[in-house]
Design a protein around this ligand. Structure first.
Ligand SMILES: [Fe+2]
Length: 387
């Protein structure tokens, strides 16, 4: 063997032994939990394939037997990347499942040869596995929690989640503006999402309603990689117990032509497209039959301070007329950074709550009542009311 070849071989060997072990760096967190399916999202620090193993909630040891695997695939191929998402299907409504997520490093992929490296997984040795419960439209009662306009304040997020007893809730909503600008993946996780994972999102379904600040920055068009990654849209509707939820994406607050958007936005057309989808939702049997109907959207159709901006006008013009006369019990918004309330404002036949940027909204059904409480971080109760 020539000296050169030996040297190169030695270098390769050194590199291989020095290679860092693959890590799971963010997540796992729940997305799009329904009655019969749930999506898990997690990120590794290097190119990998990923999968989920599902366990019944029967107290059995994680190492009792081989568990069913669900791979992160697209068009029949395991996806190579750092962001992994898997929708586990065929689940039973109102049923708890435990899970682990895995990533296996892909060292090289050339032609038909794939070389794999180490495997990493969420912990299963002597710890309780994360556990989620599927939704159940026949569940007699439900409760939920809403925060918004956190704007990268991890400590405040933790405090509001704790005040709202997050672990006792069926579901949690982020109603927009969780960050200031979406200019990197690190910003998304370090400024609020890692906190969400730590506090609840591995176990309690998180539904993310986009705010206008998530639409800004060079990473903004990747929002869908992290939120509802297996669904066609980031606006959606679903039911838990007696409450049917509609989650709207209200887009930006200024006209698309505003210089601040540098010509990169097209929200007027997006909201028009969404309005067509909304017409179908309010005509659906599921919507009509639900005991309660609650709408979430970041931008409200009014401004606490004065005349409305373009985004609010669009909500007024395109969404509110479709929702009127359809039996909406309540709309929950953010954006204004101070508490606001309108009980059937002009042109709108349902009440609207605007939660502040320091507040937590909690709600629970109780028979034919929907009990709602809106509280500031300092303890001030802005509203406590039955609908
Ligand atoms: Fe905000």
């Amino acid at each position: 063997m020539k000296k050169n070849t030996l040297f190169i071989l030695l270098l390769c060997l050194m590199q291989m032994t020095a290679a860092k072990a693959i890590k799971i760096v963010h997540g796992p967190y729940l997305q799009d939990v329904g009655e019969t399916e749930a999506t898990l999202v997690w990120l590794s620090d290097s190119t990998s394939i990923g999968w989920v193993e599902l366990f019944p909630d029967d107290g059995s040891n994680a190492y009792l037997r081989t568990r069913p695997r669900y791979y992160d695939t697209t068009i029949g191929i395991k996806r190579e990347g750092r962001i992994h998402s898997v929708t586990v299907k065929g689940l039973k409504p109102g049923t708890s499942y435990r899970y682990r997520v895995f990533a296996q490093q892909v060292l090289s992929h050339k032609g038909i040869r794939v070389h794999y490296g180490d495997i990493v997984a969420t912990e299963a040795y002597n710890v309780a596995l994360p556990k989620f419960t599927t939704l159940d439209t026949s569940k007699p009662e439900t409760s939920f929690l809403v925060v918004n306009d956190i704007h990268q304040r991890n400590e405040l997020l933790s405090k509001l989640l704790s005040m709202g007893k997050v672990k006792s809730r069926d579901i949690v909503f982020f109603n927009g503006d969780m960050l200031n600008i979406f200019d990197s993946e690190a910003k998304f996780f370090r400024s609020f999402m890692d906190t969400a994972v730590k506090e609840f999102a591995t176990d309690i379904p998180l539904y993310y309603v986009r705010g206008n600040h998530e639409t800004r920055g060079q990473w903004a068009d990747r929002f869908h990689d992290y939120v509802c990654p297996r669904k066609p849209n980031i606006y959606y509707a679903f039911q838990q117990g007696p409450v049917y939820f509609i989650c709207l994406d209200t887009g930006e607050d200024k006209p698309d032509t505003d210089w601040e958007y540098s010509g990169i936005t097209d929200y007027d057309n997006y909201r028009t497209e969404q309005a067509e989808w909304l017409k179908g939702i309010v005509r659906s049997d599921e919507f009509k039959k639900a005991r309660f109907r609650v709408v979430l959207g970041h931008i409200p159709p009014f401004d606490n301070q004065g005349p409305v901006w373009h985004g609010a006008q669009e909500v007024s013009d395109k969404f509110i007329p479709i929702l009127n006369n359809s039996g909406i019990d309540l709309m929950i918004c953010g954006h204004n950074h101070q508490y606001g309330y309108r009980d059937k404002m002009k042109g709108c036949d349902f009440p609207i709550i605007v939660n502040s940027n320091n507040g937590v909204l909690t709600a629970n059904t109780h028979g034919d009542k929907l009990h709602v409480k809106v509280q500031e971080a300092d303890g001030t109760v802005n509203l406590e009311k039955d609908y």
